[in-house]
Write a protein that binds this ligand. Sequence first.
Ligand code: HPA
Length: 263
Amino acid sequence: MSDLLSLVQARAGAAPVRLGLILGSGLGHLAAAVQGVAIPYADLPGFPHVGVSGHNPNLVIGDLEGVRVAVFGAREHYYENGNPAAMRPALELLKALGAEALIATNAAGSLRPDIPPGELMLLSDHLNFSGLNPLIGEKTDARFVPMGDAHDPALRAALRAAAEAEGVALPEGVYTWYSGPSFETPAEIRAIKILGGDAVGMSTVPEVILARFLGLRVAAISTITNMAQGMSDEKISHEHTKAMAPLGAAKLERVLRRFLRGV
Ligand code: HPA
């Protein structure tokens, strides 16, 4: 870690970072909003070799609305290499850079007709529908992470207030982690609905667990790109996800900028 930290601080400066931001599918362009230094993941030992199209594999450290942030332009998903802890080195770096909090973003399918494609959803909580955990194999007692307020109430309140000030709807809901890479079946979506899921996606939950393990406060926002399988006639595909994500991305950028002006 100290080598990675030195390398990053040599390129981006040693001033502490306050907040980390992970960008989901189709949201990579938000990294361009940051005035700072972009470091390709390929230069960062331990960082994922991200192969999912629609992601931007750079770490950008710099200023957004006067706040020093670290923006992770891409994530490794469990379905890429079967490693639920793939983002651990990146989140350890974020912690070492001095950050207090992480905001994760993703693209997701909605199970709620009142949260249609193009809308945002703030995660009030999550369901781990995968049976996986990024802390399996961790040897210290710190692995027993309480998850009661994993989605930080104060951060969520601040994000809701920012959304309201921007006139952007930000309903809260429960996000369900499905391993992917195949999409869900209609029966799985019906099951997730019964279990209390409001949206479904293939990421974020392992990062929330890792961030809590590292003592970072966390909030996460989904951009809804489609209704979940079986809930509409629209065809679900990765192409469609990438095409739809920018609809929510513009609103997400406004909410995040307003939120940062208040931190
Ligand atoms: N399911 C899983 N992941 C997704 C979806 C979905 O419907 N849409 C965008 N990411």
